[in-house]
Design a protein around this ligand. Sequence first.
Ligand SMILES: C[S@@+](CC[C@H](N)C(=O)[O-])C[C@H]1O[C@@H](n2cnc3c(N)ncnc32)[C@H](O)[C@@H]1O
Length: 461
Amino acid sequence: MNQYDKSVSSHASINTLSARHVAVKVITNILLQQGSLSTQLARHQLDIASEHAPMLKELCFGVCRQYPRLNSIALHLLAHPFEEKDTDLYAVLLLGLYQLTYMNTPDHAAVNETVEACRILKKDWATKLMNAVLRRYQREADDIIEVLEAQPSVEFNMPKWLVKRFNKHWPEHLEDIIEASNTHPPMCIRINESLVSRETYKSQLADLGIGSEDGKFSESALYLRNAVRVGELPGFDAGYVSVQDEAAQLSAHILSPKDGDKILDACAAPGGKTGHLLEKANATGLSSMALTAVELEPWRMEKIESNLQRLGYSANLICADASNLEAWWDGEHFDKILLDVPCTATGVIRRNPDIKINRKPADIEDLVTIQRAILNRVWETLKPGGFMLYATCSLMPEENEQQIQYFLANQEDASEVPLNSLAPSFATEWGIPVSHGRQLFPTSEGHDGFYYCLLRKKAQL
Ligand SMILES: C[S@@+](CC[C@H](N)C(=O)[O-])C[C@H]1O[C@@H](n2cnc3c(N)ncnc32)[C@H](O)[C@@H]1O
């Protein structure tokens, strides 16, 4: 090993160690159900130097993405599972197994770091155990994995209950859903068409050596052949582009803001679709579109503010429970409403792999109840003759077509309309038609899983 190699490897080991230390905290909190991966990463990102951030992300996303496999391996290796008070040790073990199985970390370094992590946690009693477990895995990994592959959770790298649900609802799409949900999503950007055309921006990217391809369904979407940091995207700070999945971009194209429209974005944070609606309005030179964005969580509200600030737009921002009209609504009806409700996010597991750890079957019922309450109340704020776009990033029919079926059966003044009603030139060949609305499945090289249904309030007689 030459001097340069030595210095790189010593830096790599310092980076890994420090990122690893924070990763233990993040994974422990996720296992203890104390918030999502994105919340945890945001909270702990400042605990480490910025150059360690990519390693922290790799470790945390990696463990979550591979959790069903790693969890089965860990339980197979341990004679007794760790007690809840030692969840941090379980996180240490999962990280060690992740490094041994999926990273280029030399085996001895992965084992040493895992053992050292027990000392850092002041649980020296576990060092021998951890050493023995990882050394056994080193010796027997192939045999262990072969035995465990018989379990659906290991075969599909997905919790068993989710495999069963996907198979029950979408048997002919099962393999594609699983494959897409287990991959890294491609980087998709949204071009701000009020500032630059997709063609022009694409050639600006090409000049910088960044290859891209047009989205097939959203006219504002570009897929980058290789992910880049947002700072490398020309004009990012000036609002020329945003990072947004192609399926998510369909909302603004479907709602197609018109001059004079009063629009509500009822579950708005982090404001991706809010920004797109405002861009669309500006691209068509609309002067008098008014947008109100409602969001429940104050800390997520700040994300809408910073997103709009970057894009240079403003909206009427309200922090409130959208279903509590008494708290936020002034009684003026809206022409169009986007209702992008909280959901199981089962169409975006690849972006939120902690779903594999934390999502439970009972969440579906709970979320359906919340969605129903928001849908019923927010409907009151829609003008007769007005349109509401109901959206989720879920693959569960209970949250999608069945939710709408129940709504239509109980809401006499509601009807479903074709998704291109507001923009007839807008193609709707994406996804598949379901009993109400359209369902998109995640695709490996393309868009996320999504659901859309467009509703209209009957005009008063
Ligand atoms: C699927 S996300 C919305 C994503 C957003 N439309 C975008 O494109 O960036 C759902 C949002 O609804 C918010 N939310 C949940 N319950 C709510 C409620 N009762 N009222 C308003 N917002 C709510 C969540 O905090 C979350 O930010």
